[in-house]
Design a protein around this ligand. Structure first.
Ligand SMILES: Cc1ncc(COP(=O)(O)O)c(C=O)c1O
Length: 393
């Protein structure tokens, strides 16, 4: 039986234009309420890295439900302790604070950078440099550093002291630095803004500027982290480390969890009373997080992403060549890929047609068709998505 979409919509604030109701996931496929099967190349927006049939993951979550779901941060809990060990090991950073979402991780990162500056100079204006076309979330601080007007304008006044530079343009960043700057925030690979990776010279240049001025480099790895680019964190590719990193999405593979993570010097800037959360890092979410890392290690997920993304890349290049009248360029890296379409072909229309044909893809800004599949996809799934995109384009 299918749900009545119009009726269902009446009780929701209308913030999404949606037409499909998924009821079940299996392998890398979703099923809607009418039983139709879809190949999932969106993974709940880069969340479901392990797909839908990892029994070990599901059992770990079920076991934790039976043991202990929540205690608050007034007490330690075992899964969160273990989760910090995984995160510090893979990020090569030192201090973790758990949140419930990506946007909260960004809020925390901004507060931490401001507190670090405040500790050095209590009159610091705490200016932040962010990037045009960035996306960091929907809460006020995150919107304040998001470089897309339509997400910002209706909600002004936002937090003060934020300036926008151009991504991959180091001179534009240099031009904005003052003695009052406390942080430069950017995604290692811009996601929502159109699947643009940082150039090596740019990211290394930002790292050097932050060192020179003793300000915090904040890398948002919420979408591009957790293996998606073929590295656990996308910044590894450049041989650099941020002062603060934000992570979420695939960190819990569907359980709501995020974190901001810092090096020891910056991570010690906040003290009891400066920040907190009721749910963040609860045993259920962190048990899921631990299992995600355990499975990543055991099943060599990162190696798999490297291999499968080379195959995906070749297939996407072929697709682009066959449809060069409609596809302007191929974007992104690893399993975070996009097709930038000509103005006359709307990414939203392609998404709809793909859904009709049983394939889930999504849009990104700048008329880009975005594909962020589960990291466990195989060649046959790449072939399937390319076949449908060939037909639709
Ligand atoms: C790069 C980036 N930062 C932050 C966020 C916000 O995360 P959340 O939706 O979990 O709050 C997103 C979400 O898409 C994102 O892609």
């Amino acid at each position: 039986m299918s749900i009545d979409i119009a009726k269902a919509e009446t009780n929701f604030m209308h913030l999404y234009n949606r037409e499909v109701c998924f009821v079940k996931g299996e392998d890398v496929y979703l099923y809607d309420d009418a039983g139709k099967k879809y190949l999932d190349f969106a993974a709940g927006i880069a969340v479901n890295a392990l797909g839908y049939s990892n029994d070990e993951f599901k059992n770990a979550v079920k076991d934790q439900v039976d043991k202990l779901i929540h205690t608050s941060n007034l007490y330690f809990n075992e899964p969160s302790i273990k989760a910090t060990e995984y995160i510090t090991k893979f990020s090569r950073l030192d201090k973790v604070f758990f949140t419930n979402s990506g946007t909260e991780a960004v809020e925390g990162a901004l507060k931490l950078a401001r507190k670090y500056a405040y500790n050095k100079n209590s009159n610091s204006k705490g200016e932040i440099i962010a990037m045009n076309h960035s996306f960091h979330g929907r809460s006020m601080g995150a919107v304040s550093v998001t470089g897309t007007e339509h997400y910002r304008t209706p909600f002004e006044p936002l937090i003060g002291g934020v300036k926008f530079a151009d991504y991959n343009d180091l001179d534009s960043v240099k031009a904005l630095i003052t003695d009052e700057t406390c942080a430069i925030i950017m995604e290692t690979v811009q996601g929502e803004g159109g699947l643009t990776p940082a150039n090596e010279d740019f990211i290394k240049g930002v790292r050097a500027l932050c060192d020179e001025h003793d300000i915090c480099m904040i890398l948002d790895e919420i979408q591009c982290g957790m293996g998606r680019t073929g590295y656990m964190y996308a910044y590894e590719r450049y041989g650099i480390k941020p002062d603060i990193m934000t992570t979420a999405k695939a960190l819990g593979c569907g359980l709501p969890i995020g974190a901001f993570v810092a090096n020891a010097k910056v991570g010690e800037a906040m003290v009891p009373g400066d920040h907190g959360t009721t749910y963040g890092g609860n045993p259920l979410a962190t048990a899921a997080c631990c299992k995600v890392f355990e499975i990543f290690e055991k099943e060599n997920i990162i190696e798999h992403v490297k291999e499968i993304s080379a195959y995906f890349d070749e297939a996407l290049n072929g697709l682009m060549n066959r449809h060069s009248d409609k596809v302007e360029s191929l974007r992104g890296v690893g399993l975070m890929r996009g097709l930038a379409l000509i103005d006359e072909v709307k990414a939203g229309d392609i998404v709809k047609e793909c859904l009709d044909k049983g394939v889930v893809v999504i849009v990104a800004g700048g008329n880009v068709l975005r594909m962020v599949p589960p990291l466990v996809i195989e060649k046959e799934h790449v072939d399937e998505v390319i076949k449908v995109l060939d037909e639709v384009l």
